[in-house]
Design a protein. Structure first.
Length: 192
C-alpha cells in the first residue's frame, strides 16, 4: 500500500478533502493531511486565495515542505489546486518519492529545478474547460510535462468546475470524481 501526503486547496482543509483522504484510506493506503492554513477554512475560493496571498505563497510552500519532515521519503505527493504547489515541489526536490497526484493544477516542470525527476510517475487531473486549469497555463504545463516524461499521465474531464473532487464544495462532480478516484487508486496500487 502507498503512503500519501495530501495537500488541500485554497479553501483550506475542508470536510471534502478529508472525505477524499478517507476513500484512499478505505482502500488500505495511509494518508497524511497537513493543514497549511492552521485551521482556517474559507467559504469562497476568492477568500481562500486572499488568505494564501496574505500568508505568502512562500510560507505556504515552506509549510508544505515542513509537513514532509519526519515522514518516509517514499511518499506519493498529492495536492488539490493550491496544494499542487507543495506536492509538485516535494515530488521534484525531495529524493525517494514514489509518485505525484496533481489535481486541478500543474506548474511548469522547471518551476522547481531542471525538470521532472526520472522514474517518478505522476497523474495530472483537471477539467477541460476549467478557466483556472485550462486558461491560465496549467493545462499547457501538464501537456508539456506529459510530452517530456513517459511516466506522467494527463486525464481531462468534461466540464468547467475547478476543484471538482471535493464533495463539500459547489463545484463537486460526482461522476468525474468517481472516475478520478478509480484512476488514483489504480495508480496507488502500482506505486505502493
Amino acid at each position: 500500500m502507498a503512503e500519501v501526503l495530501l495537500f488541500h486547496h485554497a479553501y483550506g482543509l475542508t470536510s471534502g478533502v478529508r472525505a477524499f483522504a478517507a476513500r484512499l484510506e478505505g482502500a488500505g493506503h495511509t494518508v497524511h493531511l497537513p493543514d497549511l492554513y492552521e485551521g482556517r477554512v474559507f467559504d469562497t475560493l476568492e477568500a481562500g486565495i486572499a488568505n494564501a496571498k496574505e500568508i505568502g505563497f512562500g510560507t505556504v510552500l515552506e509549510r508544505g515542505r515542513l509537513a514532509a519532515e519526519g515522514l518516509t521519503a517514499e511518499l506519493v505527493y498529492a495536492g488539490f489546486s493550491l496544494g499542487v504547489m507543495s506536492a509538485q515541489m516535494l515530488a521534484q526536490t525531495r529524493p525517494g518519492g514514489r509518485g505525484a497526484l496533481l489535481f486541478d493544477a500543474c506548474l511548469p516542470a522547471d518551476e522547481f529545478g531542471d525538470g521532472w525527476p526520472a522514474g517518478v510517475p505522476a497523474q495530472v487531473h483537471g477539467m477541460d474547460a476549467d478557466p483556472f486549469f485550462a486558461d491560465e497555463g496549467d493545462l499547457d504545463a501538464a501537456r508539456a510535462l506529459v510530452a517530456a516524461t513517459p511516466e506522467v499521465e494527463l486525464f481531462l474531464y468534461p466540464g468547467r468546475q475547478h476543484i471538482f473532487a471535493d464533495d463539500s464544495l459547489p463545484g463537486y462532480d460526482k461522476e468525474a470524481t468517481a472516475l478520478l478516484t478509480e484512476r488514483v487508486l489504480t495508480f496507488l496500487g502500482k506505486v505502493g
